[in-house]
Design a protein around this ligand. Structure first.
Ligand code: BG6
Length: 487
């Protein structure tokens, strides 16, 4: 009779926690030597819910540079984690966090990106943050580049469109690995590397005036530079701190076929490959064949330098991290083989509910994705973002009853547990925005994800007071029971 040990729940050392990004929480955009970043020139939406993250033109960029306030640029103020980090980390510790994912603002370390020496004051800030995490027994999980870069690199060389940016990044990562050797055990290179598909936020390159096919050329070339930079960082990290683990990070878009018509199934398969292509390169160390045809048919000619392929092979990641918020539906009606310059697309799924922002909520899809990743790659997996963006109300007695968030998270935790029982090697779960922060796509404050409410509105008014929501107490019990008590 065949019998083998089947895990029944989360492993003992499972990394429960939450995830943030520097440009969405820190604030302090122009102090202690920090330079202006690409995230800080993206305007607040004039209409609620409007996506603004890639709406940057030469003209709007100049306006942003001339504007020395944070009024129209919420990512300049974040939620002032820079001055509240002790209080915030203590609250995460109160929930029992084992891990806290945060990013380092490149422009705190190299304000313009092209200096020869790092900004010591910037490094000292992260020294203090990591020290505070360790004091509470929390493992920092660090993203090296989360949707931002020093703006000077955009002005000087059009961001990642230029190959020169690789060496600036390599200089930055070398400083980080040396400084935080044995302090940071988990690194990841680029947040949601597939965000290049949407433009500026992912690439730091200004291309909004170009045609769709010209955009494809710029974006995939920028991506190639990021792939090389990421692989070089993996190699550096392994050399400098052999105990550390370094991963890639993908925005996972699980794709389903609209019907069982084989044409729809094929369209969905290819749409899914277009999502998995990024991890194919970073986990397997080479471009998959199906992309060669896609590049050819979309007139993309990647400029590679001799040695690039060897670098990609050498710099395979240790684990695969991903964000998971929604799934997608595709039919043959969509021409998936043609490059699309939007990041989130697809058709609606009649079986799923959506968030107030139209994101299709699909907990089972998380189990599907986990199994798919595990089957395909056989490397440890880490869910580093998942959560519900919602408008929360502070009641007159100063509470936030966010049962909808608890329901959302509970359903996803149940599916992760099922995936673990399926045999998937899942090492952790960091929910998005454990403390309310500025939305990446809309720059709103009112799109909240946190267990901790921050008293600040879309215009930056408020006391910045931190308040525990109902979900705070729920997550605390989930962590304490290692995922067993979910009610
Ligand atoms: C991910 C990003 O795409 O989704 C985060 O890595 C972002 O930076 C999160 O905040 C949620 O998106 P949004 O637009 O609701 O903030």
């Amino acid at each position: 009779m065949y019998s083998k040990n089947v895990p029944t729940s989360f492993p003992k050392d499972f990394l429960w926690g939450g995830a943030t990004a520097a440009n969405q929480i820190e604030g302090a955009w122009n102090i202690d030597g920090k330079g202006l970043t690409t995230a800080e020139v993206v305007k607040k939406a004039e209409n609620h819910h409007t996506l603004t993250m890639n709406d940057v033109t030469k003209k709007s960029l100049q306006e942003a540079i001339d504007d020395k306030t944070d009024v129209n640029y919420p990512k300049r103020r974040g939620v002032d984690f820079y001055h509240h980090y002790k209080e915030d980390i203590a609250m995460l510790a109160e929930m029992g966090f084992k891990a806290f994912r945060l990013s380092i603002a490149w422009a705190r370390i190299f304000p313009k990106g092209d200096e020869t020496q790092p900004n010591e004051k910037g490094l000292e800030f992260y020294d203090r943050v990591f020290e505070e995490c360790h004091k509470h027994g929390i493992e920092p999980v660090v993203t090296i580049s989360h949707y931002e870069m020093p703006l000077n690199l955009t002005l000087k060389q059009n961001g990642w469109a230029s190959r020169e940016t690789i060496s600036e990044f390599t200089k930055y990562t070398r400083v980080l690995f040396n400084r935080y050797k044995e302090i940071v055990k988990y690194w990841m290179t680029f947040n949601e590397i597939n965000a290049i598909q949407g433009g500026f936020t992912g690439t730091g390159a200004l291309d909004s005036q170009l045609s769709v096919s010209e955009k494809a050329q710029v974006r995939f070339q920028a991506l190639h530079h990021q792939f090389v930079a990421s692989a070089l960082a993996v190699e550096q990290c392994h050399k400098i701190d052999p105990q550390a683990k370094i991963g890639c990070m993908l925005a996972r878009m699980q794709t389903y076929a609209k019907t069982s018509d084989p044409k729809d199934v094929r369209a969905a398969q290819f749409q899914d490959q277009l999502n998995l292509f990024y991890t194919d390169v970073q986990v397997r160390g080479e471009y998959p064949e199906y992309m060669n045809r896609y590049f050819k048919e979309n007139n993309v000619e990647l400029k590679m330098v001799e040695g690039d392929e060897a670098i990609l092979k050498q710099g395979k990641v240790d684990y695969l991290a991903f964000s998971y918020y929604m799934s997608n539906v595709t039919s043959a009606k969509q021409d998936v083989e043609k490059f699309s310059d939007t990041f989130i697309a697809g058709e609606s799924n009649p079986y799923l509910e959506t968030s107030d922002w139209g994101w299709q909520i699909d907990p089972v899809g998380l189990r599907v994705s986990l199994n798919e990743f595990w089957d395909r790659y056989r490397v440890p997996l880490f869910v580093v973002e998942n959560g519900l963006g919602a408008v929360d109300e502070l009641t007159h007695d100063g509470k936030v009853h966010d049962q909808y968030r608890i329901d959302y998270l509970r359903k996803h935790v149940i599916q992760m547990k099922e995936a673990i029982k399926d045999g998937v090697d899942l090492i952790g779960y960091t929910t998005w925005g454990p403390i309310d922060l500025i939305s990446a796509s809309t720059s709103e404050m009112s799109k909240r994800y946190g267990f901790i409410y921050v008293d600040q509105d879309d215009s930056g008014n408020g006391s910045l007071k931190r308040i525990r929501k109902d979900s705070f107490f729920w997550y605390k019990q989930v962590i304490a029971s290692n995922g067993d008590k979910l009610e």
